[in-house]
Design a protein around this ligand. Structure first.
Ligand SMILES: NC(=O)c1ccc[n+]([C@@H]2O[C@H](COP(=O)([O-])OP(=O)(O)OC[C@H]3O[C@@H](n4cnc5c(N)ncnc54)[C@H](O)[C@@H]3O)[C@@H](O)[C@H]2O)c1
Length: 270
């Protein structure tokens, strides 16, 4: 069901790789709600992924940008404003990658060059995106920025490894920049802490099947899907949530507030 919540709004969506991506579902929902969008991803992901299919469905241009490149981000915001004929109302940061996890290095044996890249791609990229927009004055007043995160920023999930540290940094950047952008332009910045979701990035975490099943059993409402995450994100891009900023918002079926469930208790009694 569509409510025209984003009618007339213009946004940039980072991170749609394939149909499973949370950003893919969000791009579809934003357009359904009346928005115009620009899609972006790293040049290599554009070659590997299926983004052109999404671009066709959503009638959106694709502008490549590696989130570690200031030059790419400058070009992305400049070209997006040219395309829209004006400033931007929302940005989705749906980007994450851990080199140590990908290469199978455990948390107690990290390669620090890899870690540096992980933090750069997964966390400082949000700062780079915001600082680029800030300097170009690319966002309208009351614009809304959402970045995706995971509860490993607050609690230990061993196989999530260095991504836990990256997410803690990401959430901190959202808070800190949320202050400055709020004061200067009334721009709001939040993170959504999403349930485990079957995507390329998600499935890269060791033991993901056990992980997702455990979360399902530990959440009174069950795990939140990518589509449900897209719905929630649309509400944060809309004018109905104008006074929400600098928050880490759990979108997890109640997982973050649950100590134990009967389902899990029964498993333990076996
Ligand atoms: N899947 C989950 O279980 C889950 C749970 C909570 C939060 N998240 C977060 O959601 C976000 C989206 O991930 P997803 O699960 O949809 O997986 P995904 O693999 O579909 O998306 C990750 C995206 O990051 C992009 N990316 C990686 N390096 C980049 C770079 N240098 N420049 C630009 N883009 C780059 C990839 O191309 C890809 O499109 C991530 O921040 C992830 O950590 C995922």
């Amino acid at each position: 069901m569509a409510y025209n919540l984003l009618k007339g709004k213009k946004g940039i969506i980072f991170g749609a790789l394939d149909e499973n991506s949370i950003a893919w579902a969000t791009a579809l929902r934003c357009v359904e709600e009346g928005a115009e969008i620009v899609l972006t991803n790293a040049p290599i992901a554009l070659r590997m992924g299926e983004i052109n299919k999404l671009a066709e469905i959503t009638n959106a241009p694709v502008i490549p940008a590696d989130v570690t490149s200031l030059e790419d981000l400058n070009n992305l915001f400049t070209k997006s404003m040219e395309h829209f004929g004006g400033k931007i109302d929302f940005v989705l940061h749906s980007v994450g990658m851990s080199l140590n996890v990908r290469k199978g290095k455990p948390y107690t044996d990290l390669d620090y060059d890899f870690s540096h890249k992980t933090f750069d791609i997964s966390a400082m990229s949000l700062h780079r995106v915001l600082q680029t927009a800030y300097k170009l004055d690319a966002l309208n007043e009351w614009a809304s920025v959402v970045a995706l995160t995971y509860i490993a920023a607050q609690r230990v999930f061993p196989d999530y490894s260095e991504m836990a540290d990256a997410k803690a940094l990401l959430e901190s950047v959202a808070r800190s920049f949320g202050y400055h952008y709020g004061i200067s332009k009334k721009v709001r910045i939040n993170t959504i802490s999403q349930s485990p979701t079957r995507t390329t990035a998600g499935s890269g975490v060791k033991g993901f099947d056990g992980f997702i099943n455990y979360a399902e059993k530990m959440s009174p409402l069950g795990n939140a899907s990518a589509k449900q995450c897209a719905d929630y994100t649309v509400s944060l891009f809309s004018d109905l949530t104008r006074m929400v900023t600098m928050q880490n918002l759990f979108h997890d079926g109640g997982f973050s507030s649950t100590g134990v469930t009967m389902d899990v208790m029964l498993q333990m009694e076996k």
